[in-house]
Design a binder for this molecule. Structure first.
Ligand SMILES: [Zn+2]
Length: 65
């Protein structure tokens, strides 16, 4: 079919094309200015781990004033 599409997990590198995978959009806010990072692709296994990690990580909040 000509064009080859590959979707790989950004965490473990597993080929997830044609399989179930998750995308995360990470938004970073620096002094009120939002910067959009490219979407992160994750296989279900890494998604679960990331989700867990996100729940465990204390998100650093920078206060300006
Ligand atoms: Zn993975």
């Amino acid at each position: 079919m000509g064009k080859q599409t590959t979707v790989t997990c950004d965490s473990c590198g597993a080929d997830v094309f044609n399989k179930k995978y998750f995308t995360l959009n990470i938004r970073k806010v620096i002094h009120g200015k939002q910067t959009m990072n490219p979407a992160i692709y994750l296989c279900p296994k890494c998604f679960r781990e990331t989700k867990l990690a996100m729940l465990l990580i204390d998100i650093e909040v920078e206060k300006d004033d």
